[in-house]
Design a protein around this ligand. Structure first.
Ligand code: ADP
Length: 733
């Protein structure tokens, strides 16, 4: 071999070796890469298996927590895979039943066995509603039989799985022991029953007490009134008027307490009768207008001409609310302030009914914001010093707001200390058309017997009353009204007296020993029907003042009702009403001689009297049902009365004679009021108040005002009489 050849071969071998080395290196590189990849994969696998472990741990923890919650809540779990007839229940179920305490399957029939028969139906209907897809969840309270008797449980259930068509495949839920809750519920229902029973007992007690208090109070007030009309010296009159006002205050308080307890016992009935809105508002505010003036407060009554006349509602309760609000307004407004009553109608959306809005505004002391929230609660006064300074029991506003709510309305308050207060009453009231019956004659608005005079001359009244003092008082009252009085001491006697005939009207006490007034009335009505006798009007006079009493009296066949203590005004009104009704019933027969005068209305346009401010002749004539002749007589009588009363008042002032001053001012107030001389009547009332409080200085200042007004009234009356005689003269020609 040549050296060259050797060198060549060597070179070739070296090259091959080189290539081999490069290949080996490449393989090594790939191997390394695959090794790294393997490591990466290994670590991923490791991580993943770690997190699966973690997830499993978390799941275990959640399951433990859930189990703990289920255990803590004392819940049993149930699981029902449909359509199997077996339900899986946890061990707690066995614990609840008090016998078997292990997880297990229960046959549906065995479970049903355990249920209270009364609860089967509600359970069945809930399960059906789940199965039929009407609901997704259900809750039923029912009883199950345990080793110790019946146990109340609450079962919750839900649909846990559906098939492809939405049909339930599996129901699951819980069961909880609610025995304790049920016991508490039953205990509180029992406590509520007891409380209601106690509250009923309280109202009955109040009704009885009210009866017991009203009867002697009636006698006291009646006797006081009688004494006041007898000759007395000034001091005695002062004491008597104090007695009278104390008795009134007592009666008011008694009425407030009774009202509140009736409202709270849900026993206060709200009437729905037709009433004249304007007349009601004028009459309800008139006494307060007077009080305001006596306290030097400006009083405004704003009644827009658009107010409807006739509304349906409870006029008495409306008047009660107005009176309460106004008496507060006057009480809490210092001298020189302003009181305003403003009425308006608000339309109610959606139907034809309307709402009456009545705002009573004063410029008085106002009420702090923090007291406003509970001012309508019972026994609440804005602050403790109020009670000391102004008196009052804190019942007025509570009654007002409850009455407003009973009438489907409400009362709101806007006030700030020192800025005055506005109480706004809103009531839904339906407007109605004016129809019968005829309005009461003018004198029914009089305030006492003295003013009413002997208006029932010749009327024979049977008074059924067993209480001697009440009898004496009622007898005096009736005698002064011109009645002839017969007395019966009890029901049997009353029926016997009535049977003798000649009785025009019966005033019947309800609670009498032996035969009650109700029974006596029933008997009289039976005899009337049997013998076809004309119906004798019967008016209940009773100290029963609970709701339902009026209905009981009417149901027994009575025609009217007046509560004790008897107010002459209420009695006269009721007597007028039943006598008029009787008259209307047997209008074929001549009217009873003593029935109040009532004439058919005439066309007011035919009248040509002067319109002077001192009198509202139009109104007066309306009150007299258009009776011109009576108007003339009244005008003459009034002129004479005005002249003599002024002299009497002057004399009383000169002699500082309280009794005479009170009596004449009071008399004048009544006659001027019924003559529609409102301003004059207010002045007379002012005089009466001044005389009652013995304030001769005030009296001396007020008398000339009254005299000036009296001159105006006299002028108006004189013109009226002149116009009448002119008409008469014209018609004769
Ligand atoms: P009371 O018989 O004590 O007056 P009310 O229920 O009528 O009871 O009133 C409760 C309280 O509300 C009053 O004591 C008074 O503090 C406050 N109040 C009522 N009306 C007014 C008013 N017009 N102005 C200021 N405070 C009033």
């Amino acid at each position: 071999m040549t050296p060259d050849r050797l060198a060549f071969d060597l070179q070739r071998t070296l090259n091959e070796l080189q290539r081999e080395r490069e290949r080996t290196q490449k393989l090594l590189g790939e191997l390394e890469h695959q090794n790294r990849e393997l490591d990466r994969l290994r670590s991923t696998v490791h991580r993943e298996s770690n997190s699966r472990l973690l997830a499993e741990e978390a799941l275990d923890e959640t399951r433990d927590r859930l189990q703990l919650a289920v255990d803590a809540a004392g819940l049993a779990l149930w699981d029902w895979q449909l359509p199997a007839t077996q339900v899986f229940l946890t061990a707690r179920w066995g614990e609840l039943l008090g016998d078997i305490a292990a997880d297990g399957y229960w046959g549906v029939a065995d479970l049903r066995e355990r249920l209270h028969p009364d609860d089967l139906e509600p359970l069945r209907s809930q399960i059906m509603s789940l199965l039929e897809g009407r609901s997704q969840r259900a809750v039923v309270q029912h009883r199950v039989r345990t080793a110790d008797g019946w146990l109340w449980v609450e079962t919750h259930g839900m649909v846990a799985e559906h098939d492809g068509k939405g049909k339930p495949l599996r129901l699951m839920g819980t069961l909880a022991d609610i025995g304790e809750r049920k016991r508490i519920e039953q205990d509180s229902a029992h406590a509520r029953d007891m409380a209601e029973q106690a509250s009923r007992a309280k109202s009955e007690f109040l009704a009885n007490i009210s009866h017991e208090v009203r009867t002697p109070l009636n006698a006291l007030m009646g006797l006081t009134r009688m004494l006041m009309d007898s000759p007395l010296n000034a001091e005695q009159t002062g004491w008597l008027s104090l007695m009278d006002s104390s008795a009134h205050a007592l009666l008011e308080l008694l009425n407030d307490i009774l009202d509140l307890s009736r409202i709270e016992a849900g026993k206060l009935d709200i009437e729905n009768l037709r009433f004249d809105l304007r007349q009601l508002l004028e009459q309800a505010t008139a006494p307060y207008a007077e009080q305001a003036r006596a306290k030097s407060l400006e009083f405004r009554l704003d009644l827009p001409s658009t107010l409807p006349q006739w509304l349906m509602g409870d006029a008495g309760r409306l008047r009660q609310v107005i009176s309460n609000l106004l008496s507060n307004a006057i009480k809490f407004t210092p001298r020189g302030g302003l009181i305003e009553v403003r009425a308006s109608m608000l339309p109610t959306l959606g139907d034809a009914s309307q709402r009456l809005q009545l705002a009573v505004r004063d410029s008085g002391v106002g009420i702090a914001r923090h007291h406003q929230a509970n001012i309508f609660d019972a026994f609440t006064q804005a602050d403790a010093s109020t009670a000391r300074r102004y008196g009052g029991g804190g019942l007025g506003l509570a009654i007002c707001s409850r009455l407003a709510r009973l009438m489907d309305g409400d009362i709101s308050l806007q006030s700030a200390p020192g800025q005055g207060s506005t109480f706004t009453l809103t009531l839904p009231l339906r407007e109605v058309q004016a129809v019968e019956p005829r309005p009461l004659s003018a004198s029914a608005e009089l305030t006492g017997v003295a003013e009413a005079g002997p208006r029932y001359v010749g009327l024979v009244v049977l008074l059924a009353e067993d209480h001697p003092v009440n009898e004496l008082m009622m007898r005096q009252l009736l005698l002064r009204l011109g009645c002839t009085v017969r007395v019966a001491r009890g029901g049997v006697h009353a029926v016997a007296q009535w049977e003798q005939g000649g009785i025009d009207l019966v005033l019947m006490d309800v609670q009498m020993p032996g035969m009650s007034g109700l029974q006596a009335t029933q008997e009289i009505r039976e005899i009337e029907t049997r013998r076809r006798l004309p119906r004798t009007p019967i008016v209940a006079v009773t100290a029963n003042a609970m709701p339902g009493d009026r209905q009981a009296c009417l149901a027994a066949g009575m025609d009217g009702y007046t509560a004790k203590p008897v107010s002459p005004q209420a009695l006269i009104q009721e007597m007028d009403r039943v006598l008029q009704a009787g008259e209307a019933r047997d209008s074929a027969e001549p009217a009873a001689a003593a029935a109040p005068v009532a004439h058919p209305p005439e066309d007011p346009l035919t009248r040509t009297a002067a319109h002077l401010e001192a009198l509202d002749v139009e109104k007066l004539l309306r009150r007299l049902d258009g009776d011109e002749a009576t108007l003339g007589q009244l005008a003459q009588a009034m002129r004479a009365d005005l002249a003599s009363r002024q002299l009497d008042l002057q004399r009383a002032l000169a002699e500082r004679d309280v009794a005479a001053a009170v009596a004449h001012a009071h008399g004048l107030k009544g006659s001027l009021g019924s003559m529609t001389a409102e301003r004059g009547a207010r002045l007379a009332k002012g005089l009466e108040l001044a005389a009652r409080s013995g304030d001769w200085h005030l009296f001396a200042r007020a008398l000339p005002l009254l005299q000036a007004e009296a001159r105006q009234i006299d002028l108006a009356l004189a013109e009226l009489l002149q116009a009448q005689s002119r008409d008469l003269f014209d018609s004769r020609q």
